[in-house]
Every structure is written in structure tokens, then in C-alpha cells.
Ligand binder design. Structure first.
Ligand code: F1P
Length: 302
């Protein structure tokens, strides 16, 4: 079994472990999340959710902080890096520290460079992954940052339903994948697109749902597959009907193709499981090794 597949299948167990930990956000403090690649998409998603609960957050890529020595006013910098070694994120933490901002790291490896730089670090080494692509650790750290209740059982159910649903898809037919979502759902849509690019080398897009009609729809065909990470709005259900005249549209939402009710983004870790399984299965159908995508390393050292 590929590492990637077993790391996706272990998600319910990983969630059980991560639920023993919690991150106490303070409503009086200003937080800035910093990360690269999947860790940036995780930060973006968490930021949208936390804002709904009165937590003041901003999100930056490590590359922007490093390139422009850019540190907006903040009390705490949260640096997410699965490997703890991505140069841009590590440098960003150093720059924040020089500017007197308190720095917190979140990694899945022990004794990393990021841990040496940050004032404190959450080291979730039980989330260590062999695969170059971030899967179970993404879902677990996102849940860690936003959780309000346990999703362990739901995760097992969604994993099973996703596999059954995807088995019935003629994945060979599709070579263009579109992920749509508002706010935090946009964050996991951007990550879903990244998974399909990294694992299966497919042509992908991600947009706000209603923005898709304003131009990008011109590229849709029967070889396109649309995934809507829904907030259970009428407009999103109407968009599904509209786009079904061209191709297959999968809606993740209340009474959707995968039934995951919208709950202020607290359900986004569950929705992410579907896009991870879809990308993995497409990679296998294409005869690719999702553990070792070409031209990609586990952390970008520059
Ligand atoms: C960040 C990252 C990964 C991506 C690839 C390159 O790594 O962009 O998200 O999948 O492996 O590095 P990290 O800072 O989270 O370790």
C-alpha cells in the first residue's frame, strides 16, 4: 500500500490523538498564521473559521515575509510547517522574532530548525508522514486549530462514503478538476486542487462558487469534474444544477453527494478527506506514484 493511502486511511486514529491537545486562542490578541504550500492553505482555512469565533487573524506566505521583511502589527506569529524545515517559513519566524513578535511553531517532526527558532512549538511527531504530499497531518492540524467537538466517528464514515462514491466514478474520463468554495471552503478547495496537482499532475482550478460563471466556465467540458465544498446555500445548489448540463458536479454539503452539513467551517477537516481520496485514486488510475511526485521535495530548501 502506498504511504499516501495508509496516511489517509489513518485519519480517524490521528484525529483521536490530536483531540487530546488544544490551542487556547485569546480574543484580545492579534494572530498571524504563516506557512507555505499546504501549510499556507491550512492557515488560510483555519483563519476564516477562527474569525467566526471572534479571533483576530491574518494569513501570510513565508515567501512574502522573507522577500519583503514584512511583519504586520501582531502579538503572536503561528508558523505551520509539517517538516519544520521549509526555508521561507523558518526565515519568516526569525524575522517576526527580531521584530519582537511572540512565535509559536506547529510541526510534525522532532528537533527541527523551526523549533529552534520559535519561542514555543507544538511537536506532533505522531503526525509524521513518509509521503511527500500532506494528507492526514493537514486534516489533523486544521481540526486541532478549530475544533469544538469530536469528529472521529464522522471521519470514519466520510472516508468510507468517499471511497464508495469515487469507486463509481470513471476517473479515466476526467483531466480537468475544478474546486469551488467560499471563505474557509475556498481554503480547502485551494488545497484540494493542490492535492490533484501534486499527486495526479492534473489541470486544476479553484474559485469562489459564483465567480466560476464569470469567465472560467468557458473552459468546462465533459472531461471536467467539479467539486463544490458547500456552505449549504441555495445559490450553490442552483450552480450545481446549472453546471450539470456540461458535466459531473459533486456537492459536499447537507444532503449532498457526500452528506457533510456546513457548520461554520468546523466540518472543513471532513470535507478535505474527500478531495484527498479523489486525488489519490486519480493518481493510481494514471499509473503515477503519489508518494513521490516528480520535481517535488518534502520541504523546499532555498
Ligand atoms: C510545505 C510544502 C508542502 C508541499 C511540498 C513542499 O512543507 O509546500 O506543503 O506539499 O512538500 O513543501 P512544510 O513547510 O509544511 O513542511
Amino acid at each position: 500500500m502506498n504511504y499516501t493511502y495508509s496516511e489517509i486511511k489513518h485519519i480517524p486514529e490521528l484525529l483521536k490523538k490530536i483531540e487530546d491537545y488544544s490551542f487556547e486562542f485569546n480574543k484580545d490578541k492579534r494572530y498571524i498564521f504563516v506557512g507555505c504550500g499546504s501549510s499556507f492553505n491550512l492557515s488560510l482555512t483555519a483563519s476564516f473559521v477562527l474569525e467566526k469565533f471572534g479571533i483576530k487573524t491574518k494569513v501570510l506566505t513565508g515567501g512574502k515575509v522573507m522577500t519583503f521583511n514584512y511583519v504586520p502589527d501582531a502579538d503572536v506569529g503561528i508558523f505551520i510547517s509539517r517538516t519544520g524545515e521549509s526555508t521561507e517559513t523558518v526565515k519568516a519566524a526569525e524575522i517576526f522574532k527580531e521584530k519582537g513578535v511572540y512565535t509559536i511553531g506547529i510541526t510534525c517532526e522532532k528537533e527541527t530548525t523551526l523549533e529552534k527558532v520559535c519561542d514555543e512549538t507544538f511537536v506532533f511527531d505522531f503526525l509524521h508522514e513518509e509521503s511527500i504530499v500532506m494528507t492526514g497531518s493537514f486534516v489533523s492540524i486544521l481540526h486541532f486549530l478549530v475544533k469544538r467537538y469530536s469528529i472521529v466517528e464522522k471521519a470514519s464514515k466520510i472516508l468510507e462514503e468517499s471511497e464508495k462514491f469515487i469507486e463509481n466514478l470513471d476517473l479515466k474520463k476526467y483531466n480537468h478538476f475544478i474546486f469551488l468554495g467560499f471563505d474557509e471552503e475556498y481554503g480547502i478547495s485551494k488545497e484540494g486542487a493542490l492535492k490533484m496537482q501534486e499527486m495526479a499532475k492534473q489541470f486544476v482550478e479553484y474559485h469562489e462558487p459564483l465567480e466560476y460563471r464569470h469567465g472560467p466556465v468557458s473552459r468546462i467540458s465533459e472531461h471536467s469534474l467539479v467539486v463544490i465544498n458547500s456552505k449549504d446555500t441555495e445559490n450553490e445548489y442552483m450552480l450545481k444544477k446549472d453546471l450539470e448540463k456540461y458535466t459531473k458536479v459533486i456537492l459536499l454539503g447537507r444532503n449532498g453527494d457526500i452528506d457533510i452539513e456546513y457548520d461554520n467551517g468546523l466540518e472543513t477537516p471532513l470535507k478535505m478527506i474527500f478531495s484527498q481520496v479523489l486525488s489519490f485514486k486519480k493518481a493510481i488510475v494514471e499509473g503515477l506514484n503519489p508518494d513521490r511526485p516528480e520535481k517535488l521535495s518534502k520541504s523546499v530548501i532555498i
